[in-house]
Design a protein around this ligand. Structure first.
Ligand code: PLP
Length: 439
């Protein structure tokens, strides 16, 4: 198996990450446990930034914090000079609690509330990515009332949807997000934004999908947007200073995945933007991107303790772990695939093929089907790779299972960055029936 980042097998045959024995981490912090390879996150961030810098392009690399939003992670993004994409009051609050520079925060979302917009205006964040007419009006009215001006990008749907190797041209632009580029909505939104004294229109944003392994979709989106920009330049004398092409860069979850390096996405995007700008005699705008998964996905590993087994004769062996869809809902939600090893038997050859079941009361709570493993029992620790994105951030308390702790590892040092939830946390917000209280 090809390991990610600093992961390797140490001298006693255990999986080591960031210079720390993961079996020891499991003993110390309990399981399930999320571990993040900080050096790998830094490397990923630097490679995106370096490519823009080396090509002399003004850019912002905004970490899409929905992938994994905690105070420590946001602080790490700040250390690496990233900007930050937030999509809710909660993510914005986390960013502020982390001391993230507000001017580098971009606020997304298709249904931002009045309170969320108000909070973001008060915090003087860097940019609002406006998604629809309802928000455009609400933001304008709020700014007017407060006597403030804010930066905005308009999110457009260019009619391209990309998934892994495929990209689909969706003529009807059927998406809950953004202003349709072809159906007149984007033109109307630009008109309204330009009219407002309280909104400073920087440019446009699009996000065409996730876990994308090719550049074609990004390039096509840039081309379609520029064709529209050309019209706006002529008709409205508007030229953007910013073009945000979103996130979605693919990573290797399993040996079936073969992503291209971050630098290649960036280089090809820059080439296309330059080409289109030249084609329409426009200035090359600042390019913003919003990687989430590709910054933190393969830096995360989840450790579980092996528990019960069930054999269905002649069919399969189920091996259950002490977590599952409560800490990683992706397999249940969209059949996501993962690879795993026994962290304490990292050098041993597989002896059997098992299917890894979660502990939740759902038949669909299966983490991995048909995984070759050495003989696994209750003293063993399963390490599932590539769980860094949309794992913790989508974790839930189904079956009142407490959410795991999160530990950062780097250069032989570990740091607990999220505490494990307790059973007390499970009832912390619950209120008893009134009459029982009085008895
Ligand atoms: C607007 C926007 N930007 C960025 C991202 C990050 O995508 P990824 O984690 O695939 O890079 C998403 C993911 O849903 C998104 O909706």
């Amino acid at each position: 198996m090809q390991f990610h980042g600093t992961a390797k097998v140490n001298s006693i045959g255990h999986l080591e990450i960031g210079g720390i024995d993961t079996v020891k981490l499991a003993e110390q912090y309990g399981t399930p446990l999320y571990i993040y390879d900080v050096a790998l996150i830094r490397e990923r961030a630097r490679s995106f930034k370096r490519t823009f810098e080396s090509l002399g392009i003004k850019a912002q690399v905004a970490y899409a914090s929905k992938a994994f939003s905690t105070v420590a992670m946001v602080q790490l993004a700040a250390e690496e000079g990233l900007s930050l994409d937030v999509v809710s009051g909660g993510e914005l609050y986390t960013a502020m609690a982390a001391g993230f520079p507000p001017e580098k925060i971009h606020f997304h979302g298709n249904n931002k509330s009045l309170e969320e917009l108000d909070m973001a205006i008060e915090k003087e964040i860097g940019c609002f990515v406006v998604d629809n007419f309802y928000e455009l009006e609400m933001l304008n009215d709020l700014c007017l009332a407060k006597g403030k001006q804010v930066n905005v990008l308009l999110r457009v749907t260019p009619g391209i949807e990309a998934h892994t190797h495929d990209y689909i041209l969706t003529g009807q632009e059927d998406s809950k997000f953004g202003f349709g580029l072809q159906n007149g909505q984007a033109d109307e939104a630009v008109e309204a934004a330009l009219k407002s004294k309280n909104l400073k229109l920087l440019g446009v944003h699009c996000h065409i999908g996730s876990q994308i392994f090719e550049t074609t979709g990004f390039l096509l989106a840039a081309k379609k947007i520029f064709e529209k920009l050309n019209g706006w330049k002529k008709e409205k004398s508007f030229e953007p200073t910013v073009l945000n092409l979103g996130g979605g860069f693919g990573i290797r979850y399993t040996s079936e995945d073969d992503p291209i390096p971050a630098s290649q996405y960036v280089e090809e995007i820059i080439d296309e933007v330059k080409k289109q700008a030249k084609r329409f005699d426009m200035k090359v705008p600042e390019i913003w991107i919003e990687p989430g998964r590709s910054l933190v996905g393969d830096a995360g590993t989840t450790l579980y303790r092996i528990g019960s087994r069930k054999e269905v004769p002649n069919v399969r062996q189920y091996v259950a772990v002490d977590g599952g869809m409560s800490d990683n809902i992706r397999p249940a939600l969209y059949q996501a695939k993962y690879e795993a090893i026994l962290a304490n038997k990292a050098l041993e050859e597989p002896e059997e093929t098992v299917s890894i079941a979660g502990k939740a009361c759902e038949s669909g709570d299966m983490l991995i089907w048909d995984l070759p493993l050495p003989k696994a029992g209750s003293t063993d620790i399963l390490a599932v790779f590539c769980t860094g994105a949309y794992g913790y951030s989508m974790a839930n308390n189904y079956n009142r299972i407490p959410r795991p702790a999160v530990v950062f590892v780097e250069n032989g040092k570990e740091r607990l960055v999220v505490k494990r939830e307790t059973f007390e946390d499970m009832v912390r917000l619950d209120l008893p029936l009134e009459e029982r209280v009085n008895k």
